[in-house]
Design a protein around this ligand. Structure first.
Ligand code: CU
Length: 146
């Protein structure tokens, strides 16, 4: 009887990993920045193939001192960025982070982002946990992943 316990624990661990696998991060990208730029933004599409919603809670990246989740809201005819606490990824659904919308905000860039490089970023989900990915650095005026 006792000998059976490690197997049960192992199966529970595997079940957890499978749930994490229901969230995927598609086409992460960012834009090249000027040498003097202090901020940048990372975009991607989050896909949830699971039957329950999940939430993106936070992000980290070694290229910036601070990393926040932001959205844009319209104030009059001006688009302004606002931090958001979390971003829901609906069950069997997707959320696209894109210019003028949701983005991962890089504040206090440690160095310029150069076209052709990639930027490591870890996305932290309520249920799926941490997902590490790399955002491709596209040209300064890029509007979508290529
Ligand atoms: Cu922002």
């Amino acid at each position: 009887m006792r000998a059976g316990w490690p197997i049960v624990v192992l199966l529970l661990a595997l079940a957890g990993a499978a749930r994490a696998g229901e969230i995927s991060v598609q086409s992460p990208w960012t834009r090249a920045t000027a040498a003097t730029a202090r901020t940048g933004a990372i975009y991607f599409t989050l896909i949830n193939r699971g039957a329950v919603p999940d939430r993106l809670m936070a992000a980290t990246s070694p290229v910036a001192e601070t990393v926040e989740l932001h959205t844009h809201i319209e104030e009059g005819d001006v688009l302004k960025m606002r931090p958001v606490e979390a971003v829901e990824v609906p069950a069997d659904g997707r959320v696209t982070f894109q210019p003028s919308g949701l983005h991962v905000m890089l504040i206090g860039l440690r160095k310029a982002l150069k076209e052709g490089q990639s930027v490591p970023v870890v996305l932290i989900f309520e249920k799926a946990g941490r997902i590490a990915t790399e955002a491709r650095v596209l040209p300064v005026r890029a509007q979508a992943p290529q």
